[in-house]
Design a protein around this ligand. Structure first.
Ligand code: DAH
Length: 337
């Protein structure tokens, strides 16, 4: 038997060993009682005396090589079986639950407001947050030097003095009336911006829903009916409503709408400032000057409009006392909705 040939053979054989069973098979083949090494040793009697020491050394080193190969392989196999145990394929393990996200409370309230109006036949339209001065003011009958412009204090864009961040969602009235013919029934949700100092009830950015309806024969009583359905759906059947005369440049007559305080039911408390009433929106009959700006015949058509702050509605609905909570992304707050 040629020892060199055996050496070459065991190298290839050991590389194919990859389980405890095949390793044992390998060990028995070479080192077992009837293994190759025993057979080799027994041939020593047939070898010339002076060659025996060399042969003996070769057999010994073959044995050592086999022993160390087997030891190495044993380690490798036990490491890989431990790794297999660590693999995440234990189908008996409980799953890792993914936390479900949810809509922001302002998105929820915006959706709720819009869906109430959608059920009454309104469609939802959105407009850009960067507006022209014309759509935000002039078209809505708010002239350049009119003091009422101050009520809608505005961020102007530095390099485009006639462009601004809209201070209300009312400019979408102009966009819709310019591009569509009556009959119209539209609600407009969206962000608006005003350079107000931030405190518990003010933010430089907040959300509004504007609404309007234009057709032949639309009356103030239609406005009252629609807003009553809205207020009772969102705040509960038992609330009372009142229309308080007010001024808005884009409506005539105009009114602010109050609901009976949902905390004290009208008796007077700290939330309603002892008045028993809470203001929820502004409204009125669309001013003829607005119709003139969009080429709608104001002798044929009439319409109403209203606008509300989503934060305010959400704060009243859920008893939230600080507007900043909506913008801080604090999960302890957001998870309550
Ligand atoms: N645009 C008004 C605001 O931002 C809200 C408003 C009042 C809208 C009366 C209207 C309206 O359409 O008729 O305060």
């Amino acid at each position: 038997m040629d020892i060199n040939a055996i050496l070459a053979q065991i190298d290839t054989e050991i590389s194919n060993v990859n389980s405890p069973e095949s390793l044992e098979h390998f060990r028995l083949k070479y080192l077992g009682r009837k293994g190759l090494l025993t057979q080799l040793t027994s041939t020593i009697s047939g070898i010339a005396k002076e060659e025996r020491p060399v042969f003996g050394q070769q057999v010994n080193s073959l044995k050592n090589k086999l022993l160390s190969l087997i030891e190495e392989k044993q380690k490798a196999i036990s490491v890989s079986s431990k790794q297999q145990k660590l693999e995440p394929w234990d189908i008996g393990m409980p799953g890792i639950a993914q936390e479900l996200g949810r809509l922001h409370p302002l998105t929820q309230v915006t959706d709720e407001i819009c869906s109430i109006f959608k059920r009454m036949g309104f469609s939802v339209v959105e407009g850009p947050e960067i507006e022209t001065e014309y759509n935000n003011f002039t078209g809505l009958n708010i002239p350049l030097e009119h003091p009422s412009r101050e009520a809608f204090d505005t961020f102007y864009l530095k390099d485009y003095p006639k462009m601004l961040l809209r201070s209300h969602t009312s400019p979408v009235q102009i966009r819709v009336m310019q591009s569509r013919k009556p009959p119209l029934a539209v609600v407009v949700p969206g962000r608006v911006y005003r350079p107000d100092a931030v405190d518990a009830s003010h933010s430089f950015m907040f959300h509004q829903v504007e609404g309007f309806m234009v057709d032949e024969g639309i009356k103030f009583s239609d406005l009252k009916g629609i807003l009553e359905v809205f207020a009772k759906t969102i705040f509960g059947k038992n609330i009372k409503m009142r229309f308080r005369p007010h001024f808005f440049p884009f409506t005539e007559p105009s009114a602010e709408v109050d609901i009976s305080c949902i905390i004290c039911k009208g008796k007077g408390c700290s939330v309603c400032g002892r008045k028993g009433w809470l203001e929820i929106l502004g409204s009125g009959m669309i001013h003829p000057n607005v119709f003139k700006h969009v080429n709608i015949d104001f002798k044929k058509y009439t319409g109403f409009a209203f606008g509300m702050g989503v934060e305010r509605i959400a704060m009243l609905k859920y008893g939230i006392n600080d507007i900043r909570l909506f913008y801080e992304n604090d999960l302890r707050f957001l998870k309550q909705f």
